[in-house]
Design a protein around this ligand. Sequence first.
Ligand code: G3H
Length: 541
Amino acid sequence: MSTARQLNSLFPRAADIPERYRQGAPIEQREYLVNGELRRWDGPLVSVRSPIFLATEQGDEQVLLGSTPLLDAEAALTALDAAVQAYDHGQGLWPNLRVAERIQHVEGFLTRMREQREAVVHLLMWEIGKNLKDSQKEFDRTCDYIVDTIESLKELDRHSSRFELEQGTLGQIRRVPLGVALCMGPYNYPLNETFTTLIPALIMGNTVVFKPAKFGVLLIRPLLEAFRDSFPPGVINVIYGRGRETVSALMASGKIDVFAFIGTHKGASDLKKLHPRPHRLRAALGLDAKNPGIVLPQVDLDNAVNEAITGALSFNGQRCTALKILFVHETVLDAFLEKFTAKLAALKPGMPWDDDVALTPLPEPGKVEYLSDLLDDAVAKGARVVNPGGGTHRQSFFYPALLSPVTPAMRLYQEEQFGPLVPVVPYREVKEVIDYVLHSDYGQQLSIFGNDSAQVGRLVDAFVNQVGRININAQCQRGPDSFPFNGRKNSAEGTLSVQDALRVFSIRTLVATRFNPENKELISEIIRNRESGFITTDYIF
Ligand code: G3H
């Protein structure tokens, strides 16, 4: 069947959707979480539309999922005030709780969160078009991340329960919170990526204002009660609305101490500049990327194609770690394109709940037009669409296009497409690829596909000072979550991993004293009488 014909029957009729995956009446959400209570917003709402359309007698109709509060700056600032008050210059209940107690709160939240798995997975499919398997994976991976974070904090705390004696000075070093954190995640991992900053921020004793991503907003709704009931008032506050209005006001207040943001480098810079005391703002940023895949002449081509296809097209290429440009040596170009085309043809388009579906509609309005423009630009400048039907689209669905030869004159060479376009740049000399990486504005990861040890070794050395991770014969990816995840240039600020995130959201504080009999006795008394939460040798198992 031709791609165009296949797309004619892409969107289901309402009655064709299996009952358990059907979306009920639109959800009108008016609640937001401030100071331990779900407040009702009586102001304007913003509609939440699904990337999914339904086939009707009148043609394709986009599904309206519901609406969320369009808070104004004033409402957002009340959430900030609650967080500031709960932190209370570090004197609040939460920043002073013992680590074991904070862990109990997070464990309580995790139990409640697990109860919402089905609701969240359902909304992941409907709000961002992520397929069922990947939506479930996102939920479960997030729960695992929380469990691992707890374990990692216990280990950190065990280290901190010891005193150190150096050059006659006795010291105890602990990690303590930084203050008020603003956490904002991306729409492609609206649960997972947001929680990989939110949970470490909370568990380290910071208080938080959390603003959900631009899509994948309603799926936070089932967790609001769990947040409310699991943490003391003001520790976690959840706001909604346009970033320009709400987040700008928060940053301009100067009361944000940590800014955790996953999005564009432009967005991050604009927001950071609003802070009146930028030297007091710590940032953890995950930003743009244009990860290259480099296919060397000596290569296991089947493996390279398998990895490149998932690397470039899983979740329709909407991953920050996706392979966004492929450099393929001219001697293997034809074979590579042929194998890639065959594999691509086997990817099944459909709805997120369909069995084995790989390609789904895109949530961003205007995205299909943007991708079509990039494709047209490349074709006008000499590239061809290699795979049959590549670039065919219908409403929010864009069928992937493999494009070759892509050259520096084309927008796709530099722009991060964040979608199902696969640009292939044929090369003769490896220096062309090295130059690309050296002069790229991005520096997240790259993949090298090859089996000649001299070539691979040389390239690894050429790139170690350019990107945060080099993958050999494997696609780019964030996991395992215990590995450092970062980037250079415009791609990131700071390093995240289960262990690193605990450090990002805290600072080491040291209590030190000259080691003499009087001070030894004083410290022993404090410990014996449990007169300090900081100076203690309590040990968490
Ligand atoms: O969107 C960026 C994500 O951090 C990528 O994570 O490599 O596990 O898909 P992933």
